[in-house]
Design a protein. Structure first.
Length: 161
């Protein structure tokens, strides 16, 4: 769901900042300043939300390399045979580390719609885990909520190859 509200730059109140912070914290809200006298960088940090913490760069033989341009995932010298949805699911989670997604959010973000059965996500996560290997921490289940990329997932995104 997207909600667009036009707000004059001088109308940003402490209560509005508080509400926007709540939306940004859940990942449900994004602030874009259009036609303002000041650029988005001039909007207070509290309104823009916290800067994401970068993940440490994993290395070693078990590291997964997700090649965006080639649309494949390698573990060492072995290319994993992921389906389009499995690849897109892994990329989506990797691009949003430390964020928990409900099954409906994943359906919307990866599949592009929400009208599938939510258990479809469970099946794809299970298949992705099996192809990567049960010994590799990759996707964490957040019981009662959904899924997230594991904090210690040995995953690098290569956008150039």
């Amino acid at each position: 769901m997207t909600i667009t509200v036009d707000v004059a730059p001088d109308a940003v109140t402490p209560r509005l900042v508080e509400l926007l912070n709540e939306l940004a914290a859940t990942g449900e809200g994004v602030l874009r300043v259009h036609g303002a006298d000041r650029p988005p960088a001039a909007v207070p940090v509290a309104v823009r939300g916290p800067e994401p913490t970068p993940r440490p760069r994993p290395s070693g033989p078990g590291t997964l390399v997700l090649s965006v341009a080639a649309r494949n995932v390698r573990r060492g010298s072995r290319v994993l045979g992921l389906t389009r949805i499995e690849f897109d699911l892994l990329l989506f989670l990797a691009e949003h580390p430390r964020r928990v997604f409900t099954r409906r959010q994943l359906l919307a973000g990866v599949w592009g719609h929400e009208h599938s059965v939510t258990r479809t996500v469970d099946v794809h996560v299970r298949r992705l885990r099996a192809k990567v290997g049960e010994d590799v921490p990759l996707v964490t289940t957040v019981h009662g909520v959904g899924y997230r990329l594991a904090d210690d997932a040995p995953l690098l995104i290569d956008r150039d190859h």
